[in-house]
Design a protein around this ligand. Sequence first.
Ligand code: ADP
Ligand code: MG
Length: 675
Amino acid sequence: MRTELGISVFEDLLHHYPYRYFDRTQLVKIGSIDESIEYAQITGKLINITEEGEGRKRRLVATLFDETGRIELLWFQGAQWMKKSLRENERYIVFGKISAFNGIYNIAHPEIEPYNAETAVAGMQPVYPTTEKLRVRGITNRSFAKLTAAMFERIKHADIAEVLPADILRNYRLCNRYYALRWLHFPDTVEHEQMARYRLKWEELFVSQMMIARLRLQHTAQRGWLFEKVGDYFNNFFRDHLPFQLTGAQKRVLREIRQDTATGKQMNRLLQGDVGSGKTIVAVMTMLLAIDNGFQACIMAPTEILAQQHYFGISALVEPMGIKVRLLTGAVKAKARREILAELATGTTEIVVGTHALIEDTVQFKNLGMAVIDEQHRFGVGQRARLWKKNEMPPHILVMTATPIPRTLAMTLYGDLEVSVIDELPPGRKEIKTVHRRDALRAGVMEFIRKEVDKGRQAYIVYPLIEESEKLDYESLMAGYEQVKIWFDENKYRIAMVHGRQDAAERERNMQRFVKGEANVLVATTVIEVGVNVPNASVMLIESAERFGLSQMHQLRGRVGRGADQSYCILLTGNKISEESKKRINIMVSTTNGFSIAEQDLEMRGPGDMYGTKQSGVLKFKLADIVHDGAILDETRVAAQTVLAKDATLSLPEHQPLRYMLLQQGKEKHWGKIS
Ligand code: ADP
Ligand code: MG
């Protein structure tokens, strides 16, 4: 049965929380309202209820007055319905946002209730979220309050079972569950309301951390291949073939991987490192470690182009040591494919680089011990799981991502993976200069790019392509392309274009022209976002930058600054842009640190739909908020680990309520779908 607001039993009502309170102790005299007051609660008599305007401009206006002054109340929607439910000369209690128009204060769409014995009681009264549908049927905020109050009259302390163990309540000074729920609905003081809220947030985050900690226990119980030694390939490479000195961060991550693979358990590690931080070499040396121990290794990339780039880069590094590397993608022809498959099955190929083609069932390894997955957000968990079936025991897994994930999110989303971070860029990188230019200065921008190209550099010009308005975007991309051809003399410069409507082969061909340096300028949509490496490209021009999200702009900017030259990122926007867009663009201009950008992104947007987590529901909390409750999150994580250290299977009597609750939650949220 589908129910409005998901409420069907009393228990649901208990968890239908008020989103704010009428604080009846805080009544304001109408005469004392001035510019400094944003929201006010007032009481007074209602007069002059009149409808004004015609058609869509129709609205309801009324005046509320007390002994000190008068204020207007306005309704632009539901005017008729409101008119029927309001009575002139009655006293009301009203709450809302104060605005001024022509020197007269007003409140549009106020919360309004008759003033009577029931509503006038002092103290905090809950305000519940409700829906239009319910309101029309007479189920108002007040009805929720009544029902919930009636429920609390009937239930006793013992009816609301505690789920948190007693020592946790004590150690973290949390109020018990009965009072938490009671005080959240009907607080007698502000302090009690805060205690209640804190405790319930704590419970939400604790439950999520328990879920994750248990997943992690399952993972770490998984046996894995034991890499007994660091052998000749690894050591020789380090000594003779490494083209540069590893950064401290790269060394640390390699040590962490080495430790994991020496335990006899399966490694599940997430490697986070900003674009250009040097994750590839870590992957290469990790694969050498596998080969040293008699295993094969594979590395998966999300696109054909990336797989190719890895293939060329990695072969150049390791083939001098006699290691055989192969490329397996959807584009490989049948005959070559058969050969590669045979080599993988017999073990004559040690490293295979590829795309999704690698997880197909026809790909059989002699002895796969290590799988590296580059740019994780394009691979689903299900796909990763298929890698597990490639050997009698699952290979070690290293997932690499250039999407920096704020710490609190990582703890919630990837809490079941070990996390390594490369937080240091290779030395000698020049900071990418980022500027914001408005459309009016377009000519100057194009002139600048032409000069860079004349110096021998290459440039990206990227257009937004966002699904809802795909057709329009496509047209503006084409118009942009025609423009670029005018700015850049066609006889002198070569322009390539890639976008999602080309078929894969054509896109590939155009991309290759740019990669090989045959094209000076690449006009593109965000299909180039991930991982492409063209060190000679020194300008990234983002068109309509006001339409891009922060993480997307950061990823795009990461395409330049890969060579020795000074690089530039130009954010071109319309002449007028919104405050939000301005904020994002200022962040881009002020920092190139991906982690800092990710934190600010999270703060601006909230975790709602970041990193495609919306479906999993894992980040859906009723009260807790991952941006602002980081401190509670830290506490709950430690607490969850402590509980499981003492009682991994949750079989102690004091853990039974908790265990039951986790079971319930496990059914509701798709925990298996994360990581
Ligand atoms: P990403 O982390 O974005 O995958 P890459 O692995 O592609 O980064 O590395 C970016 C560039 O930096 C490559 O050209 C690589 O050769 C170079 N690089 C990586 N590590 C170092 C280092 N320690 N010193 C100097 N250059 C490095
Ligand atoms: Mg990379």
